[in-house]
Write a protein that binds this ligand. Structure first.
Ligand code: I6G
Length: 694
């Protein structure tokens, strides 16, 4: 027999909310519309109306509730915007303790857990397990009475938590009222509040721009957001809730399986983990663990392991608990993504454009599944922000395939002889002076091609896949060629001799000949690849394509003024300046001439139709917030290809603002100026409409 019944997810018509209706009717319709949108947006991940429309409906509801206070209600969607600040959180005693989970750290430990389960149940058969990722968030208990959310509490010490109801009401995926009829008089739902990775990144990005607190990881950001006494701040944070079990349930029979309990929670309006699965036996669990482990870095949320629970509830009952953890569940943890270690020193690496990057030399530490002994410190500003010194104990983070980072310093462990980190005033490779342009975070070597580091990196870039794509000329070989003095300038590549290459370590006549053939082949290229291969600062693959499309010839690009360059989609003042500066240097022009003299060539590029004839010509757009499916660059390029101008700030001249997730001040400004706003779905619709026409 089901726990609950009658829940429905049928859609609501967006009927006109006319003044002829009574205030009660208008309030009720608005609430239904907003709740429906909320459910579709946060639980089903399928927005039904643009965010601006949601905001408009919310403002109407708030106005009605302000005018008719008797219509206010604890489950009104208007509660989601936050309320007046509290002076403190009150304590909540959990009627059923909120337990923790035992952990396993390797396959053997997991197999022993399974063995214990089987022995206690006195069964030889394979056990059915419900599995789901363990979200790296904050455990939460939600108490519903007759379907109405009456209390949200943290786990605390498991016996007593804190009442954070006001804050939790602002989380879109927490139902304020459960869907369906025949709801139990008490239903306690437990789950995890977390901050998706994209929301975390954009929150931190904004914090950096506004000099606000930067969070170390999504879990800290979620915890910090929930701990706000002012729920209006929580309302602005991109938090989500995912249900994983029930606590107190007053009446009705529980289903037979945990997976069925979760299905009921989904029916009454909760978001469940999209990776939920039921598997059988140890092998089924290990396969699931490995699969999720491989996909971990691509998931939209941080996870720190997999939770396995016996799916049969009668088994759970028979297995019971040991101290503060159930015997029927285990969290099989992934290797930690953050670890503590010591900063032994800092080295300064010089890149292709002369950018000097500080690299932390660490006491080797096992983190994120590998041993890490180096991590990036990014730039001088980041060192200042972290306040890090050599000798410090630091937290290192390695998530997915990204370069390990130092995320914070454990100040309590700072030794008395910790040493300040100072940026070198001369290049560690060539000894030229270093410089830091005004307003830039990056310190650079001023040596240009005199600097061997820049030469090596420049040659690697020139030969790389997206540039001239010289098959077989990898980074290691470039290093050897430069170190042996065989290649000093790009054109030297085309004068390499078979014998000298064949004599190099791990090369022979055959691979030497292959390299010469690949170099010859690379001379036949395209204009965008050639532009990209030059290594002009900030001119990536996309910009190179746009430049080629706009100017059609290399000569036109060389002669272009900054003003002319600004007319190219994807080129802003900084990039335009870099391009003009690059072609103003006699040594760069000589290099380019010499390359062309070697026989590098490409097919002609056809001129494009004039911008005025494009469908979005004259329109000014602003992109803000996080776009989920399109990257900002792709969106910008696509809009500019249709003739639109994409700018960085909202003004009266702006025609449309595209507001992604967690959009902040630009969205507010657009609303203040009455500028049209759309979301990512609206942008995609716009592109689809006009791309057909263009
Ligand atoms: O801390 C937890 C995270 C996830 C849990 C949990 C969970 O299920 C997916 N389940 C239980 C039963 C407990 N803690 C106690």
């Amino acid at each position: 027999m089901p726990l609950l019944s009658g829940a429905s997810s049928e859609s609501i018509e967006y009927s006109e909310n006319t003044p002829e209706h009574t205030p009660e009717q208008r309030t009720e319709t608005l609430r239904q519309q907003l709740n429906d949108h909320n459910y579709r947006y946060y639980v089903e991940d399928a927005p039904s109306i643009p965010d601006v429309e949601y905001d408009r409906l919310m403002r109407q509801l708030q106005a009605l509730e302000a005018e008719y206070p008797e219509l206010q209600s604890p489950d009104s969607p208007s509660q989601r915007v936050g309320a007046a600040p509290l002076s403190a959180f009150t304590q909540v005693a959990h009627r059923i303790p909120m337990l923790s989970l035992d952990n396993a750290f390797d396959d053997d430990e997991f197999a022993r857990f399974n063995q214990r389960v089987k022995e206690r149940l006195n069964t030889d058969g394979d056990i059915e397990y419900a599995c789901e990722p363990k979200l790296d968030g904050i455990a939460l208990s939600l108490r519903y009475e007759s379907g109405l959310l009456v209390q949200a509490a943290t786990r605390g010490d498991g016996q007593t938590g804190e009442d954070i109801t006001q804050n939790v009401k602002t989380i879109g995926s927490v139902p304020l009222r459960l869907k369906g009829t025949n709801l139990p008089s008490v239903l306690e739902v437990r789950g995890e509040v977390y901050m998706p990775k994209a929301g975390f990144e954009s929150l931190n990005q904004t914090a950096k721009e506004t000099d606000d607190k930067v969070f170390v990881n999504p879990r800290n950001a979620a915890a910090g957001s929930l701990r706000q006494l002012d729920s209006r701040i929580t309302a602005k944070r991109p938090l989500e809730f995912c249900a994983y079990s029930v606590g107190e349930v007053s009446e009705g029979f529980l289903p037979e399986r945990h997976s069925e309990v979760l299905a009921v929670l989904s029916e009454v309006g909760f978001r469940l983990n999209p990776e939920l699965k039921v598997v059988t036996g140890v092998q089924g669990c290990l396969d699931y663990y490995r699969d999720l482990g491989e996909r971990r870095s691509q998931l939209a949320f941080e996870i720190d392991g997999i939770v396995f629970k016996t799916n049969r509830l009668d088994f759970q009952q028979r297995l019971g608990f040991v101290s503060r953890a159930p015997r029927w569940a285990i969290a099989y943890k992934f290797p930690a993504q953050e670890e503590m270690t010591q900063l032994n020193g800092v080295e300064f690496q010089v890149g292709r454009t002369g950018a000097i990057t500080p690299v932390a030399r660490l006491k080797p530490v096992y983190v994120g599944g590998v041993t890490v002994s180096n991590a990036t410190l990014h730039n001088a500003d980041e060192i200042a922000r972290l306040g890090v010194k050599v000798g410090d104990t630091v937290i290192v983070r390695r998530a997915g395939d990204v370069i390990p980072q130092v995320v914070s310093v454990v100040l309590d462990k700072r030794p008395s002889d910790a040493i300040d980190i100072t940026f070198p005033s001369t290049c560690p490779v060539c000894g030229s002076e270093t410089e830091r342009a005004e307003g830039e975070a990056i310190v650079r070597c001023s040596g240009g091609l005199v600097c061997a580091a820049q030469r090596k990196e420049g040659i690697k870039h020139f030969a790389s896949r997206k540039a001239l794509d010289v098959d077989g000329l990898g980074d290691k070989l470039v290093e050897i060629l430069v170190d042996k003095g065989l290649v000093n300038r790009l054109t030297d590549l085309f004068h390499l001799e078979l014998e000298s290459i064949a004599a190099l370590e791990r090369m022979g006549p055959k691979s030497a000949q292959n390299l010469l053939d690949a170099l010859e082949k690379s001379k036949s290229t395209t204009l965008p690849r050639f532009i990209y291969s030059l290594g002009i600062r900030e001119v990536g693959e996309v910009t190179a394509k746009q430049l080629a499309k706009h100017f059609c010839t290399i000569k036109a690009i060389i002669n272009a003024t900054e003003e002319a360059l600004l007319a190219v989609p994807d080129v802003g003042p900084i990039v335009a300046h870099h391009i003009v500066t690059f072609f103003r240097q006699p040594h760069n022009l000589e290099m380019l001439e010499a390359l062309l003299a070697e026989g590098i060539h490409w097919p002609d590029v056809e001129p494009q139709p004039p911008v005025e004839t494009l469908p979005l010509a004259g329109k000014v757009l602003v992109l803000t917030g996080t776009l989920i499916e399109l990257s900002r660059t792709d969106a910008k390029v696509a809009l500019e290809a249709l003739g639109a101008k994409v700018t960085g700030s909202v003004s009266k001249k702006t025609d449309l603002v595209v507001a992604g997730e967690a959009a902040g001040s630009k969205l507010a400004k657009a609303e203040q100026l009455g500028i049209e706003v759309t979301d990512e779905a609206g942008l995609k619709a716009l592109l689809a409409e006009y791309q057909d026409q263009a």
